[in-house]
Design a protein around this ligand. Sequence first.
Ligand code: PEP
Ligand code: MG
Length: 759
Amino acid sequence: MLETLRRIIEEVNCAPNLEQALTLIVRRVKQAMEVDLCSVYLADSARRQHVLMATEGLNPNSVGRVKLRFGEGLVGLVAERNEPVNLDDAPRHAQYRYCPGSGEEQYHAFLGVPIVHHRKLLGVLVVQRRRPARFDEAEISFMITIAAQLAGGIAHAEASGGVNGLHRKGNPPSPPANRPLQGLPGAPGVGIGTAVVIYPPADLDAIPDREPQDPEQEIAAYQAAVEAVRRDILELSRRLEKHLPAEELALFDAYLMLLDSGTLNDRVTEQIRAGNWVQAALRNTINEHVRIFQEMDDPYLSERSDDLRDLGLRILTYLQKNPPARTDYPARTILVAEELTATLLAEIPTEQLAGVVSARGSRSSHIAILCRAMGVPAVMGARDLPINRIDGREIIADGYTGRVYVSPAKEVRAEFERLIRREARLATHLAHLRDKPAETPDGVRIPLYINSGLIADVIPSRDCGAEGIGLYRTEFPFLAAERFPGEEQQLQIYRTVLQSFAPLPVTLRTLDVGGDKNLPYFPIEEDNPFLGWRGIRITLDHPEIFMVQLRAMLRANHQLGNLRLLLPMVSNVSEVDEALELIERAREELSEELETPLERPPVGVMVEVPSAVYQAGALAKRVEFLSVGSNDLTQYLLAVDRNNARVADLFDSLHPAVLQALRQVVEEAHRFGREVSVCGEMAGDPAAAVLLLGMGMDSLSMTVSGLPRIKWVIRSFSRRQAAELLEQALAMEDAHSIRRHVNAALERAGLGGLVHADR
Ligand code: PEP
Ligand code: MG
């Protein structure tokens, strides 16, 4: 059964559109379950009805014609109950509804299961038999399993094909004009532009459809790649001749036969001429042949499908060997990828980057943080994105709500253009605050700092009204390098950063890799990287790396004096003691070398794991300041992976547990006379900023694009008002109620524009 299930899912996921996906589902399920009928109904929420979308067993003309109002018929019953309905004789059930002309009267046994994706009912899968007898437990389990697995594929196909276009058979599916894909807000703002899909090399399924630039040249490239693979295989077979038995060597002959057979070649050529580029033509051809092989009853032949895939990958690798570097990015590019990296982002000229859409990740992934720093709207975790089919299409990426519109209708586009204009007006209003202090109406100064990690954005951000850098993530230069940067190289970077804000304070955080930040030249493979070797745990285990960084930082600070040092991922006081010893050693060494006594810069500890909350006092008394990393603290307190889109709804720093923890940190830091700030993304969230003000935080550090909004918040609420709001919030039991409550207060204070903008 497992094998049948796997094959059905695979086939459905490869189907080019919703119509074919559904047709395949009903055909395969009918075969696998040995039933007389299989139908699939999809929910059309706009019209509040379930529509028969595909059937094997009912009159084919009923497709698109049989429509049941929500709650109507047995299909409505399954949908309402959200659980399987198993009947021995459907026509005798009170809710049975006969659809004339469909031919359903001949069937008696009925089993319907809901198709649910992310809590949302997409439709109902139905099987029936003529013989009146209930379905057994194994059959129900099979249907539940297949419906649960198919839900993702259906949602995916729906997003690129649209239900509406299928209501009447024969009509081409209309583009999902007004049906947005739901992802997660990654970076605020709205980007309208042309999708450019970036795909990982040597992954057939990630190849997008695209028009060939020069079909004849692409055909020649294909033939050259096939020839290269042919040579490789001959060479491999020759090398292994002495080591492998003849029957194993026959595999290579099978490969060569496949390569030489005209079928692959003809199909690829045909598709290129029909208007798809070589890599997608190869993807389609290989998938088609894989399917044919998989369907063969002979297990030997069906296993050959793996060989075909392997062969496809080998050809693809050659096709991608020297891919021309893309330089012709559209003037307004929306970068789309399964998973984006900082280097991919850097490839596109910033003035052409209108937005980013990533199928993976969430608001607190580093790529989202980077987008916020660059002021680029981003949607993360758009898991149902039909990546292969959107290259070159117009896209709206709504970074506020996490929605993505593919080929939007004129009215949708016009609405977003209005929103962009409104945002621009807000930005102009906020620009007036640039030279005004971040001071509450009752005279409390809350210095606002910026978070950074790129030299490129440090320099322009000097003019944004920030009072320094509250978090410089030193790992970004490490990520962009090919080996650990040396002391001189790091010195140059840190000096530029310190100088650009001197005499204002600049907080350099020591290397924080591990977790989701892996250095290509220092790979760490762990089952649970976020609970593993990361941050200070690595640098203390590698004093040779840590000392180079500390020395570079202290040297950069020489004669400037605006450095503050920050230690990440501290979970034990001993880590701080050891780090302080190393800082002291570096200071002594340099004082000797420079023949001048250097001062130890203020040192701070990041509070970003729960143990640090409970030991905030013990940590505070060892150092000069504390800085809360609310991204990690929220992740660890709520046990929600900050990069997992599936649970991103649960990630909210306004959770009462996070607020209680922060209040405790502030109290402990102040008990020891130490300053405390927040440098996680929470500090740039207007609703959170009011509560942090109420808590007594001494300063806030955020991405440069969020700073003007937070200054507006600080200048609009007195500390007393904010403290009252905090008390009210802490009496609530969940993050949603708290957010609603604080947003209402922001609106009353005339800051409604920020409410829409941030959630
Ligand atoms: C945090 O965890 O909140 C933080 C500021 O550090 P990073 O996002 O770099 O892990
Ligand atoms: Mg962190």
